[in-house]
Design a binder for this molecule. Sequence first.
Ligand code: ADP
Ligand code: MG
Length: 765
Amino acid sequence: MAESVRRVLGKPGSVDVRPYTKLLKAIDEREPALRELSDAELTERAAELGNAEGPYDRADLAELCAVGREAARRALGERPFDVQLVGVMALLDGHVAEMATGEGKTLAGALAAAGFALRGRRVHVLSVNDYLARRDAEWMRPLYDLLGVAVAWIGQESTREERSVAYSADITYASVSELGFDVLRDRLVTDVADRVVPEPDVALIDEADSVLVDEARVPLVLAGAAEAAEADLEMAELVRSLRPRIHYEVDGEGRNVQLTESGIDLVERELGGIDLYSEDDTSVLPRVNLALHAHALLQRDVHYVVRDGEVRLINESRGRIALLQRWPDGLQAAVEAKEKVAVSETGEILDSITVQALVLRYPTRCGMTGTAMAVAEQLREFYELEVAVVPPNKPCVRVDEADRLYATPEDKEDALIEEVATVHATGRPILIGTQDVAESERLAKRLADAGLECVVLNAKNDADEAAVIAEAGTYGAITVSTQMAGRGTDIRLGGSDMADRERVVETGGLYVMGYGRYPSSRLDDQLRGRAGRQGDPGSSIFFVSVEDDLIAANAPEARGADVTADGEITDPAWRSTVNHAQRVAEGQLLELHRNTWRYNQLIDVQRGVVLEHRQAVLAEGLGDRQLAVDCAGTHADLVEEVGEEEVARAAKLITLYHLDRGWTDHNAFLADLREGIHLRFLGRRNPLDEFHRDAVPAFKGFLDEARARAAETFEALEPVDGRLDVAVAGVKRPHTTWTYMVHEHPFSTEFETVVGRVRGALSRG
Ligand code: ADP
Ligand code: MG
């Protein structure tokens, strides 16, 4: 009774799922007739659903679900449960469906995607990683085939051409980051035909809370190199022959170096009797100075090391190799010439987009996850999404035990290991969730020392980890994993083939242990949710020490408690302290999210202005006309010389170049501005107001400025053999670009910035 009431009413703050459950009977009734159809007839029936436009009415919705159910039964051998169809309907209505781990969201999502596609909508199914995008697309392909809709996927290795083809399918699976990188690259094309991502239509987001909340602030970055600086080997060789104090002087602090009179003589002689200080050729002296700086002021193994054929800076204050820092470009190249290593590319950030902005481009958004209610408010605030709570197919019988609290991390770890030993002795599979990779590795070592062999997952290779975590329910298995590792993979009792299922069920099913509470209860729940899949037995427990970062940082005033000889805290008041600390952490994350959102809003508005103009230039030739008008007076003769078409081509390239150049510069300005803002915050002014105060005027006149520069460049053009070479006039587009994600570790207190994989991408001719 209680269960059926819950099923009908749902949870407060969620959308009412009763209208969906009411259709289940009608869907059932269609089943016998649909079973009689041949495959071709079933496909035909699906196509008929596309005869109408817009959202499904109730009759069509029931028909869609019935056809989808029959198609899944035939194509995948899985007949969707009622609750999965409720999920399908919630997705089609543009909600986030909360469905527990293992309830079959992949299938529910696929049926909803097909539903959209049959009505002519273009669907992007967004996953947290490439592995899942590919897995799910391939897994669901037979179903899509039977329903007559085309599916494709995109991965990190996909070429531009493959992407273009994949995006033209009805349904495209991609990781959020790959999609974002494509959107960024598309923003830089100089020909509409080079774009790969179509107009955004429907986004269906798997693990919606991870993507929309945890990763929302993560910027996806596109960087580019205009051209590699030239290796000045000649100069490096020349300065090598100079003697300190005879040919050059270094100041007391080792910060400046200057040629002496005899040094100047020597250099001038070596370079063939030139005049270093001549007014006519001012290009040589800076080259000499750069080479000399690299030679005399920067010492190998003090200021930098050469490793793997690359010059890497040593961060003097920390004595560590700084991976990302480099000297200003000319100097970097000079040191590389000095060390005779290949000159590295000089790069700059061309543009970036946050996951949040990426998702908001889609007029229709929906998603699914096991843990949505806890972030229902944020989903509403940032994405205008409502949560629909879909009950599990079979009631969840997992036992969530009360936390075990300890005074110190050592006590906690001792107790945890003892518990693992005891439980493991019964053959019951154990999954231990840690906060990060380092913790996993440390814990694994301690377990090994205690004679408990375990498998460690460290969130490094998604595909391998999926295979490993799939076996976490094997009899006697001990698996240690971070919260991110092995996402999207089902843990079946008795191993992935369930061969040993009965024996594992008898031990009590999967035993999930948390090695400390996470900074949000939602993450705790994700870990717990690994046990008790589809009505399986299982249990969960968290081991907590009051010295854990979460508690020490967020409930520092709490202290003093009754402790047993084992260091266990028995005072019940401590439970609420732990929960309080977690709520404080959740509040901070939300504030951080709101704050980033506010900054980004202004930046997005400005970017929007530039992109809109760019689009007009690209598609409608606005720039050509504008430029032609601007230049009619001064450069009218060009037309005559090279022809209208050539002028239009050049005008377009020049206009786009200056728009992009201007945006890259403005973007860098905004980044600097924002970095510096917190200093002003110390002066008790509102940092966001301060940011706006400078960012708004800095953007004023942006388009006019770009136009004026374009006109200048245009005037400098000289026709050669009937063509206009824009590169000569300084219009050089990045010849290489690369992409990366900037992960402010969402839950670290210090916001250490970890730059993710950096990889080469397309090159532009
Ligand atoms: P989730 O993403 O919700 O955690 P998955 O989509 O990975 O769950 O599915 C979990 C498991 O349930 C898969 O092994 C899948 O094959 C199975 N499954 C899904 N739907 C059904 C169904 N209607 N009948 C039987 N098995 C199903
Ligand atoms: Mg899943």
